[in-house]
Design a protein around this ligand. Structure first.
Ligand SMILES: [Cu+2]
Length: 149
């Protein structure tokens, strides 16, 4: 497992360069239990892929925090259950669990975080999903991740 993340303040003044690079995507969630997308496509020619996740709401991370986690679809429910007792300091995820392919920390309103992962970890015969591991959110906050030629 390989991941990295940055916690940065929102900087709307900066030009949005995401569209110039298809090996990354912007995902957001606000003060409700939903992402702005249900499906993320990763071009098969990307060696690495970056998800830039933004909480566009106003609520604190303790109140209605969100994150972005990538796992096999068949592992999502088990990871959400295992993570629910881990607390916010562990981002509601089991620690050092190989089923977690990539993740951002839990963030609150006005915050952003990114995660980058190697696409070689994704098996073309497998189904992948992204989800929020904040307790109670996973059922509503999930979507599919597919590698596309
Ligand atoms: Cu959430």
């Amino acid at each position: 497992m390989r991941f990295s993340y940055l916690l940065i303040p929102l900087a709307f003044a900066l030009p949005n360069l995401a569209s110039a690079n298809t090996c990354e995507v912007d995902v957001s969630a606000g003060d409700s239990m939903s992402y702005n997308t249900k499906s993320i496509e990763i071009p098969s020619n990307c060696e690495e892929f970056t998800v830039n996740f933004t909480h566009t709401g106003k609520l604190s991370k303790e109140g209605l925090g969100h994150n972005w986690v990538l796992a096999k679809s068949s592992d999502v429910n088990a990871l959400a259950n295992a993570g629910s007792t881990e607390g916010i300091k562990n981002n509601f995820l089991p620690q050092d669990d190989e089923r977690v392919i990539a993740y951002t920390p839990i963030i609150g309103g006005g915050e952003s975080a990114s995660t980058t992962f190697k696409t070689s970890v994704l098996d073309s015969d497998e189904y992948y999903s992204f989800f929020c591991s904040f307790p109670g959110h996973t059922f509503m906050m999930r979507g599919t991740v597919v590698v596309k030629d």
